[in-house]
Each structure stands twice: as C-alpha cells, then as structure tokens.
Design a protein around this ligand. Structure first.
Ligand code: PEP
Length: 256
C-alpha cells in the first residue's frame, strides 16, 4: 500500500516569521500519530532555516521549490541541491508550471535538475500538467506523457524512493478550478502505466503520484479516494494552518 503525501507549496508567501508562526500552529495540533500520511511544506528559500527548527519536533518535512542543475558555480541568484540538503530539505519540486510558464523552464531543464537533485540525495517531486488549450484540443495525454518520458526515460537512477510525480493541470493551479476526480484518476493511471513501461510494474505500483490544482477540504476527499491519486500538492490552501491540517486529516481517513 502506498502512503499518501500532503505537500504544501507556499510559493512566494510566508517569510521566516510567518513560517515560524504557521509551523507552531501546525505542531500544536496532533500530527504525531499519522498512520498513512506524509506531510511536506516547501517554503521560500529564506524561510527554510525557520522551518528547519521544526524538523524532528513534528513529522513535517521540508523541501525546496526549485533547484539549479549545476553542483555549484557562477549562477547568480540560484540555489544548489547541496545547499537545500544543508538546510534540512529532503525534497525539491522540479518543473512546477509556474517555473515553466514564467521562467521558461523546459523538459530538458527538468531532467538536468532532477539528475542533480537525485545525485545530491533529494527526493524530487516532478510536476507535469497540460494547459487549457492543450486539454481543449484533446492533447492533454500526449503533453503529459511527453513531460514524464523526457525526464524518466533518460534517468535510470530514478526510483520510487527518490522521485514522485505531481499531476497539476495548469488550468486548475491557483484558479479555483479543480480537475474532476475522474479526470485526475484517468491521468494518474496513464502516468503509472507509462512508468510501468519505462521502469517495471513493481516500481510503478510503488510510485507516489499526487494531484495539484486548487485542492481544498471541499474537494480533497473525492480526489484522494481515486485509486491512483496518492495525495495532493497544495498551494493556496496550504497557507493557513487550520485548512492544511484539515487536508492532512482527510488524507488520514481515506481507505485505499
Ligand atoms: C500549486 O502551487 O502547486 C498549486 C496546486 O496551487 P493551488 O493549490 O493554489 O492551485
């Protein structure tokens, strides 16, 4: 049985003081006996030291929102994988749709970043997803399969232990629109099938595939009940301790 992952992507929100406050609020709730749910937050870089103070005191793990593909060097404004691990990160997001849209990140860059992050011991959450135009044209499966293939087919070192996938239809990220549970399940099932072809069936079964796109307490249960939806990557709803906690509790009640 796969564990569920509830991951909060804070984007460019919550500086160090707010990070401390929200993690204190979260840790005052009972998070110690989670039976099937892993919890992660990805604060902005400057808030990682504040977040790392809670490591070990709560089950909340921390991750970076992005990483550079080189080990070190003359890349002004960038952050390396080893810097993330030094700050206590276990995870990193790669290829988030906002990175692809606003910073022109490509599948090739996602592959290079994944390679560097995995080599440095980070667990990569590879984000994939189609835009509205691609869905309306009926190309959403082709687009997402290409995004997954271009990273996984080239990196034999990736396994379910160091890589998860977040399916995030762009038309649902930060828009209030959500994919229906059926739409999410259909894509997650196709991703798992592709991974089975690229890796093998056993590892594909172990792979964590989470859904992202306006997940909130009102729609989380139906999405998480789908057999191939193993959790959520949550933006807006992760910025409030109470709402994020509700999502964690919902994940705990889902029988897979
Ligand atoms: C995200 O940032 O990955 C995301 C899914 O955002 P939201 O939940 O706000 O749509």
């Amino acid at each position: 049985m796969r564990r569920l992952l509830i991951a909060g992507n804070w984007k460019m929100n919550l500086g160090p003081a707010d990070t401390y406050r929200i993690l204190e609020q979260l840790s005052s709730r009972s998070l110690d006996n989670l039976s099937q749910t892993d919890v992660l937050v990805t604060p902005p870089y400057v808030s990682l030291p504040a977040a790392s103070e809670f490591l070990g005191k709560t089950p909340v793990q921390i991750g970076g929102q992005n990483v550079h593909h080189a080990e070190s060097g003359a890349y002004t404004g960038e952050i390396s994988a080893s810097m993330l691990t030094e700050l206590g990160c276990s995870h990193v997001l790669v290829g988030h749709s906002e990175r692809r849209a606003y910073f022109r990140e490509t599948d090739l860059l996602a592959r290079k970043k994944t390679e560097q992050a995995v080599q440095s011991g980070l667990h990569v959450i590879l984000c994939v997803g189609e835009n509205l135009e691609q869905r309306q044209a009926g190309n959403h499966h082709i687009v997402v399969m290409q995004q997954v293939r271009s990273v996984l087919a080239q990196l034999p070192e990736c396994t379910p232990a160091n890589l998860s996938i977040a399916y995030e239809p762009i038309w649902a990220v930060g828009t209030g629109e959500t994919a229906t549970p059926e739409q999410a399940q259909q894509m997650h099932q196709l991703i798992r099938k592709l991974v089975s072809d690229l890796w093998n069936q056993e590892d594909a079964e172990k792979l964590t595939i989470i859904y992202g796109g306006s997940m909130k307490p009102e729609n989380a249960s139906a999405l998480l009940h789908e057999p191939d939806v193993d959790g959520g990557l949550i933006g807006g709803a992760s910025l409030h301790a109470g709402i994020f906690y509700e999502l964690i509790k919902i994940a705990e009640t889902v029988k897979k």
